[in-house]
Design a protein around this ligand. Structure first.
Ligand code: CMC
Length: 428
């Protein structure tokens, strides 16, 4: 017999179906509750609300588990390439060698952007933030493909839009970097794979031959894989809810970029590095003082805590090891890494952090690697977005394939009740 939950309201019993996922996660299906009883549920920030039934990513915050389509993040980060993981997220299975070759070939053939898109950069003031630029460029893409705005077309046509977006993302991200430096942009080269192409367009130079460093390519692949999806987080939920109105994919992704920019979400990676620099210079490396101030709620320890992980963020564990390796291999000696380790140690041994289950998250060590690879701090969240693109698109695609209704939460209205209009002359 299928499990049911009973809720008693005003002395009446209501039986609600219980949904069980493949990992034994359970949910009470309240979708008919209001129609039957007049009641809605209340859950600010949707912390306890399952907004969809998804097959993409599994996350257990208590045990510190993250899997894409059933494959552990540890194994994917060690063995797969970013394009393989993108394929897996988008289409549900790891690609065969032929499928991967076709996918990469398609991506390679869509990397160029319309020349007029480059002109959009002319209107940005010099100090405009890369994430603001990325948001604008994502929505600007919609203007260049007016024929592919309707999501209700044949899946093959939708797939072309998906490939286009994924293929152009590295080109656009590297342009943001180049334009920020005032350097000429580099056009994509078909001889390079996805990640090497991005690195070439970013760190290559028109004046000389580019030599990809395998250490950098490997680190970049890992970082992108670790950021590729994270189930119903703030930006993915935004992409899904915007897309649920049948808004086009570019607009939905642009909204996701906006959500990611916030310092409580992806913007935290920039905040972490700035915090570590602040600790080094202004706080003179006094980690004890920083921890004490965090406990007094005078400051936030960026890169610590997570909405769902109440244990180690598995991505943070992998990034910490990668960080040590990359810095060693590139012969970079960054004192910020020592400060980060000291801070982690201090926090993990402090009852305030232990009791609240605050552990380092994905953003804690990623910035130190990005810095060692040569990226300026304001580009960090753009790199997060580059990695998250296949995840956002997969979430959007799933939402469309499930034919989900338009997202429309309810509220408990708590404002003024009906009152008569007061003429302007009579208002005090
Ligand atoms: N530093 C100091 N105290 C903290 C921190 C922190 N980073 N995070 C949470 N707390 C405290 C918070 O003040 C609260 O204390 P109290 O019980 O005394 O009121 C307690 O811990 C629980 O906090 P919460 O607000 O219920 O935690 P949450 O799970 O709702 O919030 C979070 C999660 C990520 C918004 C928060 O931990 C935070 O702001 N962290 C810093 C920003 C950050 O690193 N964000 C990146 C998240 S991972 C990548 C991503 O999602 O993009």
């Amino acid at each position: 017999m299928s499990e049911k939950a009973t809720i008693i309201l005003d002395g009446k019993n209501y039986e609600l179906p219980v949904i069980t996922g493949t990992e034994n996660e359970k949910a009470i299906d309240i979708s008919k509750l209001r129609a039957q009883s007049g009641y809605v549920t209340y859950d600010e920030g949707y912390k306890n609300t399952g907004a969809t039934i998804s097959n993409v990513t599994f996350l257990d915050g208590e045990l510190g588990i993250l899997r894409y389509r059933g494959y552990s993040i540890e194994e994917l980060a060690e063995k797969a390439s970013f394009t393989e993981v993108s394929y897996l997220l988008l289409y549900g299975e790891l690609p065969t060698a032929q499928q991967l070759a076709n996918f990469e070939h398609e991506l390679t053939n869509h990397t160029l952007v319309h020349e007029n898109l480059v002109k959009v950069f002319e209107v940005f003031p010099t100090r405009s933030h890369p994430m603001g630029q990325l948001m604008t460029l994502m929505s600007a893409l919609s203007s260049f493909y007016p024929d592919s705005l309707n999501p209700n077309v044949h899946p093959d046509e939708v797939n072309t839009t998906i490939i286009r977006l994924l293929a152009k993302m590295p080109t656009i991200c590297s342009m943001i970097y180049k334009k920020g430096k005032g350097h000429p942009v580099l056009y994509p080269q078909n001889k390079y794979d996805y990640v090497t192409n991005f690195l070439y367009m970013t760190f290559g130079d028109v004046t000389q031959e580019y030599m990809a460093d395998p250490v950098v390519v490997d680190a970049m692949n890992k970082l992108l894989i670790l950021h590729a999806d994270h189930e119903q987080n703030c930006s993915a939920s935004t992409v899904r809810i915007v897309g649920s109105s049948h808004a086009n994919l570019y607009a939905s992704i642009s909204a996701g970029v906006a959500a990611l920019w916030g310092p409580r979400h992806g913007g935290a990676n920039q905040e972490v590095l700035e915090m570590l620099e602040h600790i080094q210079t202004v706080d003179k490396g006094d980690v004890k003082k920083v921890v004490a101030e965090a406990k007094d709620k005078k400051r936030l320890l960026y890169g610590f805590g997570h909405r769902v992980y109440k244990n180690f963020d598995p991505r943070a564990k992998i990034i910490k090891v990668a960080c040590d390796n990359v810095l060693k291999k590139l012969k970079v000696n960054d004192p910020l890494l020592d400060i980060a380790k000291e801070l982690e140690e201090a926090a993990l041994n402090d009852p305030y952090f232990v009791e609240r289950k605050l552990y380092p998250n994905v953003d804690f060590y990623s910035g130190i690697i990005y810095k060692a690879l040569g990226f300026p701090t304001p580009m960090f969240t753009v790199l997060f977005a580059l990695g998250r693109m296949p995840g956002w698109i997969s979430q959007w695609k799933e939402m469309r394939e499930r034919k989900e209704d338009i997202g429309r939460p309810r509220q408990i209205y708590n404002g003024a009740t009906l009152r008569p209009y007061i003429d302007l002359k009579n208002r005090k």
